[in-house]
Write a protein that binds this ligand. Structure first.
Ligand SMILES: *Cc1c(COP(=O)(O)O)cnc(C)c1O
Ligand code: SF4
Length: 393
């Protein structure tokens, strides 16, 4: 850590209500007994990482000390959204701390099997707004294409847990034909967001074939990919992948980041590879209780994102999806985070806090109110410090 980083850490620590624990986990995988004999070339190979994901309680117990809630959760979480943790992510988990952000996001707990009030299977009504297989069309000029249902790691807060997980999936080359036809025949669509699951879990050839088909549609101006791979399996971001994306530019990539500790040296290498190939990067975070619901943690996250050339884009209120009550915060927590960012730090570091309107309303921004009153030709405003200003039209 450089002196600046140390000073910044101390500043953040002093703002924090509690002293954050320093992770005891060594970053070097060879210091973990389960991985001590792994060849460095294998460790770097994303297929090796995928094949060797931790999927059982016994394997995980070799890496971290499990709590009874986790042991019971892992046992119940079979089938959809079962546990899968990349060896890379496993090395980041604090073996002793049950509140470690890496652990909370990856290890099932029994609370996931409690259905909280107002929780739904498909809160954003994506299935209802699907005009073709794998496609969601909600906004007039853009669509969401769900390219796969698999991910490198399964997040315990996943909003698409009704779909996402390891199961037999149709991976025939023609599976997107209906979606492509729909996009082709709808000239209002100018933007396709490819998400899933995680599109970067597909092989290079599959990604290229999909991009090629979408790019050949003349009214498509803008492509973007939503992924968590740079965070959960950065080894997947190879020069070959970055070059493929570059070939079909402009493609923007939105990366799901939730905690500043996720920005490791390895993650930075992956993001650099994309940015160096001219791919604009944005972040999307889910507000998660006990993970990133304190302003000082979000502030550190957005600052570190700018340093790796990722522009903070959205903070999502955790959708009312079944089994996520233990992650959900009051809306006021999110609004307060934006209040503590806007004006207090670089505008580029401030994401938009949104609630995806239950029942299919789309993303609705919620944030601090800066307009105190509005009458004919006169706006009474407050600034980030609470000082009042009148603007006359
Ligand atoms: C989030 C989302 C989009 C993209 O929304 P932007 O605000 O443009 O990023 C498009 N379609 C669906 C269904 C979505 O959920
Ligand atoms: S990477 Fe995204 S789609 Fe996959 S489990 Fe996590 S939140 Fe769900």
């Amino acid at each position: 850590m450089g002196n600046n980083a140390v000073a910044e850490n101390q500043k953040l620590t002093s703002e924090a209500p509690q002293q954050p624990r320093v992770s005891r986990r060594p970053q070097d995988y060879q210091q973990i007994s389960l991985y001590k004999d792994v060849n460095p070339l294998d460790w770097e190979d994303w297929h090796w990482q995928l094949k060797n994901r931790i999927r059982s309680k016994d394997d995980l117990a070799q890496v971290i000390k499990l709590t009874p809630e986790e042991e019971a959760g892992i046992k119940k979480a079979s089938g959809r959204l079962s546990m899968a943790i990349t060896p890379y992510w496993a090395t980041l988990i604090d073996p002793e701390d049950p509140n470690c952000p890496f652990r909370r996001q990856a290890v099932p707990v029994v609370s996931e099997f409690i259905v909280g009030p107002h929780e739904m299977v498909d809160p954003c009504a994506e299935d209802r707004d699907s005009p073709a297989l794998h496609l969601v069309h909600r906004y007039p000029d853009r669509v969401l294409l769900l390219a796969t249902e698999a991910c490198a790691m399964y997040c315990r807060h996943c909003t698409r847990r009704r779909l996402v997980g390891e199961h037999v999936e149709n991976n025939s080359p023609g599976r997107f034909d209906a979606a492509i036809e729909y996009i082709k025949s709808n000239r209002k669509i100018r933007d396709v967001l490819i998400s899933g699951g995680d599109p970067f879990i597909l092989e290079d050839e599959e990604i290229e074939s999909l991009l090629e088909k979408l790019r050949s549609i003349s009214h498509i101006e803008f492509l973007r990919i939503g992924t968590r791979v740079p965070v959960t399996l950065p080894h997947r971001v190879t020069e070959k992948l970055a070059n493929t994306l570059k070939k079909y530019a402009p493609i923007w990539v939105s990366i799901h980041f939730n905690h500043p500790k996720e920005i490791t040296k390895r993650c930075k290498i992956a993001c650099d590879m994309l940015a160096d190939n001219g791919i604009p990067l944005g972040s999307q975070s889910v507000l998660l209780k006990g993970v990133n619901d304190r302003p000082y943690i979000m502030k550190r996250l957005v600052h570190e994102l700018l340093q790796i050339r990722v522009r903070p884009y959205y903070i999502y209120q955790c959708d009312p999806v079944r089994g996520t009550q233990h992650f959900r915060t009051p809306v006021a927590v999110g609004i307060n985070i934006i209040e503590k960012l806007r004006g207090h730090t670089s505008g580029y570091a401030v994401p938009t806090y949104v609630i995806d309107g239950p029942g299919g309303g789309g993303k609705i921004p919620v944030g601090p109110n800066y307009v105190l009153s509005q009458a004919k030709g006169k706006y009474v405003l407050r600034n980030y410090k609470g000082k009042i200003y009148t603007y006359l039209e």
